[in-house]
Design a protein. Sequence first.
Length: 74
Amino acid sequence: MKNPVTLIGAVLVLLGLAALIHPSVKMPAHRTDVETLGHTFEIETQRIVQIPGILSAVVMIAGAGFVLLGTRRP
């Protein structure tokens, strides 16, 4: 795996596999401080992003292509 193209392909395959296994990603969206009756409360909302299975498959196929391209001898 000395070739950088092969390394990029392996990373893409692993990312695609991870997205297939765990398709939802939680991201912090907004943080608000609310003060009521002398107390300060922090409200944090989260955004859940769903990764489509077809996108994961395309990333894995592209990664496999990079791996095959990187292992070819000129």
